[in-house]
Design a protein around this ligand. Structure first.
Ligand code: BDR
Ligand code: CA
Length: 307
């Protein structure tokens, strides 16, 4: 089985992605490295531990960076709830997090699984950037890197052109995209093409097991938020990225292009600039997933809920 490590800021859509990874049988989940992002680190760590408990999964949870590399950033509690899990008031997990820092865990696990590791990032890239600063040789040790982030033609969800995970820590994203020869990118615009019907989700949640009951509750706040703004489909960014990571055979269309992160810009900090016209002559450092098999995506979501 392929060793899998997930860097995440749970987060409602992170939670669905994690449930998908927990349900997958082709990969061996080594652990979760946690970053601040959707909400602060204390909540994202607590949420990761709780989700593991609910799913009966005993993988180590490594707390990582509590703030972006350089500049402070605003969280996304307005989408995910103040606790990042829809403010249901759940009882905290009995288990505690590891003492090893998330960035160090990335470095250690990449060495232990030299050349084979599938690393999936579902949050701001702070932990991975820090790991790269500690060891610039890291990309050579990683088998595949799949990143949920960016808005590849400039239609963001945090500012006009920027997507949340990149906008939260643009310097970290810059470090990562400069370092990795070919990151696989699932961006916000792909996510918008792969919504889940509210009615379908409600049926799966009702048919599922304890994971579904918990997920239905923690996602209620964000699903209502989405319903009021985007109509009959809601969008689970990290779940789509996880599908592309776990089942790359479901990728229907992808393009290799050069991608750079805007670090300045009065209106465009955090934008991902993709060289669609190949004007720069720079080698493609990103494989951009444009379309995924919707039926396969939905089947993976259903399986994650036990439905
Ligand atoms: C990304 O931002 C976060 O709010 C979500 O968890 C996802 O990782 C989508 O832009
Ligand atoms: Ca996330």
């Amino acid at each position: 089985r392929i060793p899998l490590l997930i860097d995440t800021d749970p987060g409602v859509d992170d939670a669905l992605a994690l449930l998908m990874a927990f349900a997958d049988t082709r990969h061996r989940l080594l652990g979760l490295t946690i970053t601040a992002g959707n909400v602060g680190l204390a909540h994202t760590v607590a949420n990761a531990l709780k989700l593991c408990e609910v799913a009966g999964v005993d993988v180590p949870v490594f707390p990582g960076c509590p703030v972006p590399l350089v500049h402070p950033a605003e969280d996304a509690a307005y989408v995910h709830g103040q606790d990042g899990f829809g403010d249901t008031g759940y009882t905290p997990a009995a288990r505690a997090a590891e003492s090893e820092h998330g960035a160090l865990a990335i470095l250690r696990l990449a060495r232990e699984h030299e050349g084979r590791l599938l690393l999936v990032t579902l949050g701001p890239l702070t932990n991975l950037a820090l790991a790269l600063r500690l060891d610039p040789e890291l990309p050579a040790r990683i088998g595949r890197l799949v990143v949920m982030g960016g808005a590849v033609t400039g239609q963001g969800n945090t500012s006009i052109p920027a997507e949340f995970n990149i906008a939260f820590d643009p310097e970290a994203a810059d470090v990562v995209f400069r370092a990795f020869p070919k990151a696989e990118v699932v961006d916000w615009e792909a996510v918008l093409r792969h919504g889940l019907r509210h009615a379908d989700f409600e049926a799966w949640a009702a048919a599922g097991d304890g994971r579904a009951t918990f997920y239905e509750a923690i996602s209620r706040f964000t699903r209502r938020w989405s319903l009021e703004r985007r109509g009959d489909r809601w969008h689970s960014a990290d779940a789509l990225a996880m599908a592309a990571a776990l089942r790359p055979d479901g990728i229907v269309q992808a393009e290799d292009r050069h991608l750079a992160v805007e670090l300045e810009g009065r209106l465009s900090r955090g934008a991902t600039l993709v060289d669609w016209q190949q004007r720069t002559g720079k080698p493609a450092n990103a494989r951009i997933v444009l379309a995924y098999d919707q039926a396969s995506f939905e089947a993976q979501v259903r399986a994650a809920l036990g439905a």
